[in-house]
Design a protein around this ligand. Structure first.
Ligand code: ADP
Ligand code: MG
Length: 483
């Protein structure tokens, strides 16, 4: 009876939720069902966050309908948690959503059976085989993929700044070629775009006999030009089109202005997409912002899913420092970790560089990592910038960026060419100096409430991510200020 209930729930869910969202539920498991509650689990925080914010109501509604249809009380609580973390199921192994034997009786705890990952894309003989014998990719496939095994999902730290990109990448690695195709990831340097892209490739390579190919656009361009010169275009096309199931192209901005390569790129792109082959692209900016990129290419990119990556916030930086030192097997005192996370705010690559330098210096001196050593290594590079920033510098940089004078920026005109830069300047002063709202008001010869509302407007604009121009203006100005 209750296996049937579960089956009905799954069936309804499949009918009511689009494939894109259903991918996030692929590993949903039920660890307990009672008259009063259904406890459902997801394998990781990324899918939990997605499901909680996008699908919770739907799950609840479907459970409600299924129970009503079965003449059972539909007044049940639906709880979601991460597998292994929730107290209510205490290490019990769970069952996958799509396992037809998933639920036994509504009043008794579920009979445990290991959950398994469903990978409908590949011909995996059975879930048991998948669990017992991990797939070892053919050496040739690995070599041809040009992937670096170092980049995995496991060693990628999630945080608010990269959560959506992480979720989408995971979904692509689970269901290549069907959802989110192409996937376009953009953001500043050193934020983890290449890492995530290669993590998708590595996971797909481990999962089955897929021909994954990672390439920077620079290599794509060089190989293409060489193939033209040597008249070996067929070979080149075999590599990136015919003999390729998943194409990962890094740094698309490199194609800017290279019109011949763009034509080839467009054809490759088109052929792969029309054959449901997965394409993942990265760039340091939004497709619309890549100068001299053919319109048909950017619109193709926008036809899939696009996500940005932001600078990691303090907590994420701290987690990255802790994880990197753990992975490299050395002890990083907590005060030093916090100090580095406060100082090195630019990007993850620099963060990694700092950790390595501090470690190397400690090794050379035969000392443990300590605060004095960290300060010595970091201060010369990271303190001057923050000390030097003040309202005048920011006003100057913002005015120059928008091609207006500081007087115009500070003037009374309410025309858009002045109001927008003014609000951005107020926002930047607020976030890059320690000045209070009234102090900023004085610097801009305005009331502090004007500063407050400018700050709120820009913060909101950045948070809802609709306005690509605003995102990129802020990013470029922050880069400029960091110089
Ligand atoms: P991008 O391609 O955006 O310029 P990369 O992917 O090359 O950046 O990342 C730079 C370095 O920082 C890499 O060594 C990468 O492993 C590391 N990195 C970036 N983001 C993260 C993260 N969230 N967790 C762990 N390592 C990260
Ligand atoms: Mg990169």
């Amino acid at each position: 009876m209750n296996t049937e209930l579960w089956a009905r729930f799954v069936e309804r869910l499949k009918n009511q939720i689009n494939d894109r969202c259903l991918a996030y539920l692929e590993n949903l498991t039920c660890c307990n069902m009672s008259d009063t509650e259904w406890n459902l689990c997801l394998p990781d925080r990324a899918s939990l966050n997605f499901v909680e914010s996008n699908l919770y109501e739907k799950l609840h509604e479907v459970i409600h309908d299924v129970l009503e249809e079965a003449n059972l009380s539909s007044d049940v609580d639906v709880n979601l948690s991460i597998e292994g973390e929730a107290s209510f199921y205490n290490n019990k192994k769970t069952r996958s959503l799509f396992d037809p034997m998933c639920i036994t009786d509504i009043s008794t705890p579920v009979v445990e059976k290991a959950a398994f990952r469903v990978r409908p894309q590949y011909d995996v003989p059975s879930s048991d085989v998948l669990e017992a014998v991990p797939f070892v990719p053919d050496i040739r496939l690995r070599e041809e993929s040009c992937l670096n095994e170092r980049f995995t999902f496991d060693n990628f730290i999630q945080g608010g700044s990269n959560e959506f990109a992480y979720c989408l990448s995971k979904a692509v690695a689970t269901n290549p070629g069907t959802l989110h195709n192409p996937l376009f990831i953009y953001g500043g340097v050193g934020l983890g775009k290449t890492h995530l892209m290669q993590a998708i490739g590595n996971e797909l390579l481990e999962a089955g006999n897929l021909r994954v190919r990672y390439m920077t656009c620079e290599k794509f361009t060089n190989d293409y030009m060489l193939a033209c010169a040597k008249k070996t275009l067929e070979e080149f096309r075999e590599q990136v089109r015919t003999n390729c199931d998943v194409l990962l192209l890094d740094d698309v901005q490199f194609l800017s202005g290279k019109s011949e390569t763009q034509k080839e790129f467009f054809n490759v792109f088109n052929e792969l997409l029309s054959n449901n082959k997965q394409v993942v692209l990265t760039s340091d900016r939004h497709p619309h912002e890549i100068a001299k990129l053919e319109e048909r290419i950017s619109s193709r990119c926008l036809g899939g899913v696009i996500t940005d990556m932001q600078l990691p916030e303090y907590e994420t930086r701290l987690s990255i420092i802790r994880k990197k030192s753990r992975d490299e097997h050395f002890y990083m005192p907590e005060d030093v970790a916090q100090y580095i996370a406060t100082k090195v705010v630019t990007n993850v690559r620099e963060l990694e560089g700092c950790i390595k330098r501090i470690k190397a210096c400690a090794d050379v001196r035969n000392e443990h990592i300590n605060m004095a050593l960290a300060q010595k290594m970091i201060e010369p590079f990271y303190s001057t910038k923050t000390v030097m920033l003040n309202a005048d510098t920011i006003i100057d940089v913002v005015s120059r960026y928008f091609g207006i004078s500081s007087e115009e920026l500070l003037g009374k005109s309410r025309a858009k060419p002045y109001v927008y830069p003014r609000q951005i300047a107020m926002y930047l002063v607020r976030h890059h100096t320690s000045l209070s709202f009234p102090e900023i008001g004085r610097a801009f010869k305005r009331d502090h409430t004007t500063v407050l509302s400018a700050d709120q407007r820009i913060t909101k604009g950045l948070a809802d991510k609709q306005d690509a121009t605003l995102q990129s203006d802020i990013k470029r100005l922050e880069d400029e200020l960091a110089k």
